[in-house]
Structures are given as C-alpha cells and as structure tokens.
Ligand binder design. Structure first.
Ligand code: MN
Length: 203
C-alpha cells in the first residue's frame, strides 16, 4: 500500500502565487483521492507491496491496468509537482553547478524559464510541463493527462509543474500563462531540482 505525503509547506505559504484554497483542494481532494484509488486497486493483487514508482512502471506495461496507471502516475506526478514548489528563499537559489548546465543547454536561465512558460502554456488540455535530464542534457518536455516521463527510457525527472485546470483555476481562472509565469519566477524549488540532477548523474 502507498502512503500519502504531506505538503512540505503550510497551505497558505505560497500566497499570492497559489492560494490556500487551491492547495487544500489540490492536495486533500485530488492527490489524496488518487492515493486512495491506487490502494483500492492494488489491495488484492501482487502489486500491493510495491513502491509507487514500481506500480507506475508495471501498470504502464499493460492496457489492462489503464485505470491503475492513471491513478498511480497521478500520485507520482503530484508528488514531483508539490516537491518542485517551495516557500524557502534558500531553496529558490540555483546552485552554481546546475546553473552552468542550464546555461550550456538553454543559453541562459531566462531562456529556460521562458521555455517552461511557453511549452506549459501551449499544452493542449490537461498535463504537466517538466524539466528532465536525458543522456547528459537538460530538456523541457510536456505530457498529457496522467502520462509521465518516469516511463520513458534514458530520462531522469528533475521537476514538474501541474497545468491541469484544478492547479490554477480558482486563482487565475483561464489564465494559465499567468499562473505559470508566477510559479516559474517566484516559487520553484531549485534545491530539489539540483538534488535530482545529482542523482541523475550518479553522484
Ligand atoms: Mn493536479
């Protein structure tokens, strides 16, 4: 069985970028709902003792597990998203080793932020915009609905931003680009990105 994680910051601590009401619905209703559904679906199967990532990978390999995949991938995607946000000013700073790689792969930090906002804004329907590492190169990618780069080969997940409407509609209504711009400029957890990037490099 999998366990729901608590948010690492108080629900109101990212205001005015993301408001308390959005987080309470997003974490307590959407995310916990996916966790409960996964546990219901695995309880009488041989997947009941697997870790979340293992459940996502197993379920992605067979269409018979489509409902389980959707729910388990959504648990994973939300855990990456919530960890990609912070209210801690120290965690918002990009460590120099990561900044060097960002400049190498995107030209500048501003160019990376612009690509996150642009690609996340243009994604049709629901999904996520990601920063990933692929064979030594940083890339911005998008995924639709519950899909996740966790199931792609040679890909390490560094960070995610949820662009499903439930992530921003209470605060921004239909203005997804405004939500993305605020999040990208004001509350990304670059310490989390750096930690994942170190792991991706095998450090
Ligand atoms: Mn969401």
């Amino acid at each position: 069985m999998i366990e729901a994680k608590e948010l690492e910051f108080p629900y109101d601590s990212l205001e005015p970028v993301i408001f308390k009401e959005t987080f309470s619905f997003h974490h307590d209703k959407h995310y916990i709902g996916y966790v409960n559904k996964v546990n219901e679906l695995i309880q009488h199967t041989d997947m009941k003792d697997l870790k979340l990532e293992e459940i996502v990978l197993r379920a992605s390999s067979d269409m018979v597990y489509q409902t389980l995949f959707n729910n388990a991938a959504q648990v994973y995607n939300h855990e990456v998203y919530f960890s990609s946000l912070t209210n801690d000013p120290l965690k918002k700073e990009v460590p120099s080793f990561l900044m060097e790689q960002i400049i190498k792969d995107f030209g500048s930090f501003e160019a990376l932020k612009a690509e996150l906002i642009d690609k996340g804004g243009k994604l049709f329907g629901s999904g996520y915009v990601w920063l990933v590492e692929k064979l030594g190169v940083l890339k911005v990618e998008t995924s639709s609905n519950a899909d996740t780069p966790l199931t792609e080969g040679f890909t390490n997940v560094l960070m995610a931003i949820d662009v499903w409407e439930h992530a921003y509609y209470l605060d921004y209504q239909n203005l997804r680009a405004s939500y993305l711009s605020k999040v990208v400029h004001e509350c990304l957890n670059w310490a989390f990105v750096a930690q994942n990037y170190r792991k991706a490099k095998g450090e």
